[in-house]
Design a protein around this ligand. Structure first.
Ligand SMILES: Nc1ncnc2c1ncn2[C@@H]1O[C@H](COP(=O)(O)OS(=O)(=O)O)[C@@H](OP(=O)(O)O)[C@H]1O
Length: 413
């Protein structure tokens, strides 16, 4: 079998780790789209990606292999591929790093809420999330930086690379640290990347939160509008410009993203970022854009994951339960990740009510119920109806998938 790029990168990393240690001590899809690349995926595969920043070590893609330019993805690990044909797959046992879980979406479906609670659970359940930020975007934007960069995002002890450390017996499946991350856009990754992920981490657990499609896309469009305040064009965020990266670049150049604007211009921009300032036509145009259309098509994208991972590895959560049974949702996630039932129960029960019921990353701040994103949409019934009509086929398809997978709940159609 031809080795894939990430698999060869991991094989190389493992091989180098072992060398350094010795010196120092499915379900297949029911739809044809799953085996081929759908048009939306082809489009997303061609989207803009940020260039690696040599200043942060992006060029050190694998140990002993220095890349100074940003090579194209398929050729990136060619030399490594030919050197390490013995790679057998598996989860990186030689170096000990095992990615245990990914929350792959949906965007605007309570993933920040889940992140906040997993962080609270991490000391008692040995869950390890990335140190700096919620969304790492390794598998879509930063893969050029390589596994070492990825592993550095976690509190992964370097000494784990030592064989002596391995002999202590730490890291048995039930007690091992569960490394994982939450990047809601991963659900739309192309099948080739999903296959890479599976080859590297076949035991990976996946979590997807499914929110009502109208509410989700409306929330996403409001966020996009708000992001324009920071100087981004509509859709630019989701097309691959990393939040923070442009700020960092502008800071290096000695200006803030809005500093070149007058106060009046900034005020005008803030006004334009309010949903009420935009026409129905604007939102309908954005709704049909690749960014929002593809993220609304839960079923097509999830089927790509089901084509590579066994169904039991994928947990789909009903967003409504975050409201009706937040502790139950958290417990289900913990158990799915591999935390023992008792441990998960104890962790969830130790949390305060305010903690599990908190709203994280809401479209509008403050307690005014009239300004929630859903309320803003209900004030525009004609627009809401058109959004409902647009997403209905996606909801029908997703509900079919839920039925196939044995779930007993459905989204609104
Ligand atoms: N506890 C709780 N219960 C119900 N809903 C909640 C909760 N916490 C967050 N949220 C809502 O989730 C929306 C944000 O989702 P994400 O954090 O996934 O957004 S993002 O993709 O990371 O930007 C965002 O939805 P909107 O307010 O409609 O935008 C949040 O309000």
């Amino acid at each position: 079998m031809k080795m894939s790029d990430f698999a060869s990168m991991l094989a190389s990393f493992k091989s180098n780790a072992v060398a350094s240690a010795s010196t120092s001590s499915s379900k297949s899809s029911a739809l044809p789209q799953s085996s081929s690349t759908s048009p939306s995926q082809q489009r997303s595969m061609t989207r803009k990606r940020p260039h690696p920043d040599p200043a942060d070590g992006a060029h050190n893609i694998v140990v002993g292999h220095t890349h100074t330019a940003g090579p194209s993805f398929p050729s990136m690990h060619e030399s490594v591929r030919h050197k390490h044909q013995t790679y057998q797959g598996g989860g990186g046992d030689d170096i000990g790093f095992e990615l245990s879980f990914l929350v792959i979406g949906a965007q605007k479906a309570g993933t920040s809420w889940l992140h906040a609670l997993l962080q609270k659970c991490s000391p008692t359940t040995r869950i390890s999330l990335p140190r700096e930020q919620k969304e790492v975007h390794f598998w879509d934007w930063h893969y050029r930086k390589g596994f070492q960069w990825y592993i550095r995002q976690f509190d992964y002890p370097r000494k784990k690379l030592s064989l002596t450390h391995k002999k202590t017996g730490e890291g048995t499946p039930s007690t091992a640290t569960k490394y994982g991350e939450i990047t809601p856009c991963y659900v739309v990754l192309p099948p080739s990347t999903i296959s890479e992920i599976h080859q590297c981490f076949p035991n990976l657990k996946l979590i997807f939160i499914a929110r009502d499609m109208v509410d989700r896309v409306w929330s996403a469009m409001i966020m996009e509008l708000r992001d324009q305040n920071s100087g981004r064009k509509a859709g630019e965020f989701a097309e691959g410009v990393i939040p923070g990266d442009d700020t960092r670049r502008l800071a290096k150049e000695g200006r803030s993203s809005n500093s070149s604007m007058s106060v009046a211009q900034q005020r005008r921009m803030q006004q334009q970022s309010l949903p009420s300032s935009q026409t129905d036509a604007y939102f309908l145009e954005r709704l049909r854009s690749e960014t929002h259309a593809s993220r609304s098509d839960y079923a097509t994208h999830l089927r790509n994951w089901y084509a590579h991972f066994p169904a039991k590895s994928i947990l789909i959560i009903d967003y409504k339960e975050i409201d009706t049974d937040p502790r139950g949702v958290l417990r289900a996630v913990l158990v799915h990740i591999g935390i023992e039932e008792d441990e998960a129960k104890a962790c969830v029960e130790a949390l305060q009510d305010e903690e599990v019921r908190q709203k994280v990353n809401a479209a509008t701040s403050g307690s005014n119920a009239d300004t929630t994103s859903q309320c803003l949409l209900s004030q525009r019934p004609s627009l809401k109806k058109q959004i409902q009509d647009y997403v209905r086929p996606f909801a029908v398809e997703f509900n079919l998938m839920l039925k196939e997978q044995g779930y007993n709940w459905r989204l609104n159609e």
